[in-house]
Design a protein around this ligand. Structure first.
Ligand code: NAD
Ligand code: IPM
Ligand code: MN
Length: 360
């Protein structure tokens, strides 16, 4: 099994290094992996003059699973798009047609006290945001900043756009995922204002007729944001477009205690995928051994399950994460009074020991 590592920028390298330790522990007991590494993001720009170098894309096409860290920095976010680290990631998702981005939001019982929300609100939260990842206002044209000829003013333009087939395929992915969970899909849109998402609602409803056993509901995105914080346990699968999914998943992360806990899987038509934490390069804590590596480690577990056909190894990694949390290991973002404050490396080492079945 070929795994491609794309550490990228900021804390990307720190957190993926911990996932690699865990990967080595997993292969000590079973599956063997061939690991390669390539540059992406600001690191790709520095190494090869492109945030998505051609050789990185080629290696990504050949890999069975891609473990991605983070791309972009506040500095490169200000450069023209073709030089922005984050655009390397957007291009990679598009090139591999990774349209289904699963972002599970699971409130670990061990971490209920770490959430900014009350324990009784977050207890039992187990939902997944399925974010469409290759369409929407992220990729629609026309786009750009132009000078309006009549007024001389600058105008910024982006286009929200979805085709019927783009909506249909992610809707199927949502209903199929729901069948393996609690058989509920909530589709999130802004159909009262935006035609793109009125079409979204229509097509999701049509697809839903093929899944009579799954309960389908709809919410407007503003109300969905409110419901997520008020009664998050009501949700099972939330399916939504690229931009709404980006925003709602960061908000939902706080139900678990930290964005440092949220893994994700971005899957395309072949079942191969890119596995990435939901968080970014976190320039404020980069290089200080402060980042929580659990989102990256849990992303590797998703890879084992969804792309590598290793459900038992995936469970072993998830169990190891539960063990270290139960033993009180905490990075700063999930720290609670009385717990054991550790850095990125020590957290990675503890999970590695737990995978080996050693005392943590
Ligand atoms: P961010 O997710 O990087 O950070 C937001 C906040 O969460 C920061 O305070 C950060 O310290 C904290 N945080 C994030 N991950 C953490 C972790 N693992 N452990 C502990 N704390 C963590 O978002 P941002 O600050 O808006 O963006 C920073 C840069 O990353 C920008 O250049 C942005 O474009 C890029 N970005 C990349 C990705 C990606 O590669 N997938 C995602 C989001 C943002
Ligand atoms: C994410 C990030 C990216 C996105 C950025 C870095 C392009 O926020 O993966 O959630 O907006 O998709
Ligand atoms: Mn995001």
């Amino acid at each position: 099994m070929k795994i491609l590592l794309l550490p990228g920028d900021g804390i990307g390298r720190e957190v993926t290094s911990q996932a690699v330790k865990v990967l080595r522990a997993v292969s000590a007991n079973g599956p063997q992996f061939e690991i390669a590494e390539a540059a992406i993001g600001d690191a790709g720009l520095a190494a090869a003059g492109d945030p998505l170098p051609a050789e990185t894309l080629e290696a990504a096409r050949k890999a069975d699973g891609i473990l991605f860290g983070a791309a972009g920095t506040y500095e490169s976010d200000l450069l023209p798009p073709e030089k922005r680290g984050g655009h390397g990631l957007l291009r990679l998702r598009k090139a591999l047609d990774l349209y289904a981005n699963f972002r599970p939001v699971f409130a670990f019982p061990e971490l209920l006290g770490a959430s900014t929300l009350r324990r009784e609100v977050v207890e039992g939260v187990d939902l997944v945001v399925l974010r469409e990842l290759t369409g929407d206002i992220y990729f629609g044209t026309p786009r750009g900043i132009h000078r309006d000829e009549a007024t001389g003013e600058r105008v910024g333009i982006n286009t929200m756009r979805y085709t019927e087939s783009e909506i249909r395929r992610v809707a199927h992915a949502a209903f199929k995922a729901a069948r393996l969970r609690r058989s509920k899909v909530c589709s999130v849109d802004k159909a009262n204002v935006l035609e793109t998402t009125a079409l979204w609602r229509e097509v999701v409803t049509e697809v839903g007729r093929e899944y009579a056993d799954v309960a389908l509901t709809h919410l407007y995105v503003d109300a969905a944001a409110m419901h997520l914080i008020r009664s998050p346990r009501d949700f099972d699968v939330i399916v939504t477009g690229n931009i709404f999914g980006d925003i709602l998943s960061d908000a939902a992360a706080m139900l678990t205690g930290s964005i440092g806990m949220l893994p994700s899987a971005s899957i395309g038509p072949t079942g191969k995928g890119l596995y990435e934490p939901v968080h970014g390069s976190a320039p404020d804590i980069a290089g200080k051994d402060l980042a929580n590596p659990l989102a990256s480690i849990l992303s590797f577990a998703m890879m084992l399950r969804l792309s590598l056909g290793q459900p038992e190894a995936a469970e072993a990694v998830e169990r190891a994460v539960r063990t270290v949390l139960a033993e009180g290991y905490r990075t700063g973002d999930i720290m609670e009074p009385g717990a054991r404050l550790v850095g990125t490396e020590a957290m990675g080492d503890a999970v590695t020991r737990a995978v080996h079945g050693q005392k943590v």
